[in-house]
Design a protein around this ligand. Structure first.
Ligand code: NAP
Length: 311
């Protein structure tokens, strides 16, 4: 692997204290590849994630490896990245010059800096013609939506040849359907042929969510989920909750017996209303950075089946 000469320090956006959301622009030494993070990247674009500046104080063990703190593991925001590979192992799929995108796990510094490192298994090549700004709006939302539907939600993923046949009689209910994760989930559900896709959002976003592929849309400010179900909405196989709190609690009304409530915000079982959702199960998960899933999403983008949205 070619050695790249990097400057001693590079411009870096830093959150100096876990207890404050204040950010500063400073200079820090660039990361260098090691046995795990084998690829050196020059960052072209990064994107923030809702709430990320609270993670280090709220969930320190998810951010700091054992024995580390903000003096040894710098708090650099921007977990999503688009970058150019500068150096990589000889047998890597991602050789120097490849434009890649990825989600950096919370345990490592983010990408609001000039260089980053990553292991091969987190990376995917950016589709030709997709701008850096659009590409960087993809990894977190698309991978989380993918895992909600296909890893935790039991739907057949796009690379299975009989996916459409298996999904056509399935139904999905997505809360936060106008958001980053929910919007990707709606598009991915449509891409794999899910027959019924109910999106929940505010009135202003109803047409947008329909445009992403929802077959029905509920304006949560006008109708409660319980009222929607009672007035003939019916129940679904899978709820993917991207909102939490009261919306997660209400969404139990929409799941059928034997179905599943999957949340990315809170534990569904902790907010299940008494006697509601009987015979259904709930789970919460934290997304993992999986380049192979992003690669599948990239194929769908290339085919024009799904698209990142930047407003
Ligand atoms: N567990 C994980 O691994 C994981 C991964 C990624 C994200 N997350 C978390 O998942 C959540 C969503 O992330 P995101 O990036 O998709 O956020 P986002 O882009 O900000 O979207 C938020 C969505 O929530 C909806 N919403 C806001 N207030 C609501 C309310 N009172 N009732 C119902 N819906 C409401 C919004 O709908 P309208 O705009 O139409 O009102 C919007 O669709 C965040 O809390 C984030 O931290 C978790």
């Amino acid at each position: 692997m070619a050695t790249i000469d990097l400057p001693a320090t590079v411009p870096t956006i830093l959150q100096p204290s876990p207890d404050s959301d204040k950010l500063i622009l400073t200079s820090l030494p660039p990361p260098t590849p090691d046995e795990v993070n084998t690829h050196l990247l020059r960052i072209l674009a990064t994107a923030p994630c809702p709430g990320e500046l609270t993670w280090a104080s709220a969930f320190p063990t998810a951010v700091f490896p054992p024995g580390q703190d903000s003096t040894t593991r710098p708090l650099v925001p921007g977990p999503d990245l688009v970058g150019i590979v500068l150096s990589s192992p000889a047998d890597s799929k991602f050789q120097p010059g490849t434009r890649v995108f990825s989600r950096t796990p919370a345990l490592r510094p983010g990408n609001a800096r000039k260089y980053a490192t990553a292991p091969e298994h987190e990376l995917a090549a950016v589709p030709e013609g997709l701008s850096d700004e659009m590409a960087v709006a993809t990894p977190m939302g698309a991978e989380t939506g993918w895992q909600g539907l296909f890893v935790h939600g039991g739907l057949a993923p796009p690379m299975e040849s009989d996916a459409e046949a298996r999904n056509k009689d399935r139904s999905v209910f997505v809360t936060g359907a106008s958001g980053a994760v929910g919007g990707w989930a709606v598009q991915l559900a449509r891409a794999v042929g899910v027959g019924r896709i109910v999106g929940v959002c505010s009135g202003a976003n109803v047409d947008f969510v329909k445009g992403l592929g929802a077959t029905e849309v509920i304006d949560y400010r006008a109708t409660s989920v319980a009222d929607w179900v009672a007035s003939g909405g019916g129940k679904v196989d899978l709820v993917l909750d991207c909102v939490g709190g009261a919306m997660l609690s209400q969404s139990w009304h929409a799941v059928r017996q034997g179905g599943r409530v999957v949340s990315i915000v809170g534990d569904p079982e902790g907010v299940r209303p008494e006697g509601v959702g009987v015979g259904a199960e709930g789970c919460f998960f934290i997304m993992e950075s999986v380049g192979g899933q992003l690669e599948e999403v990239a194929r769908l983008i290339e085919r024009g089946v799904v698209r990142p949205v930047v407003d």
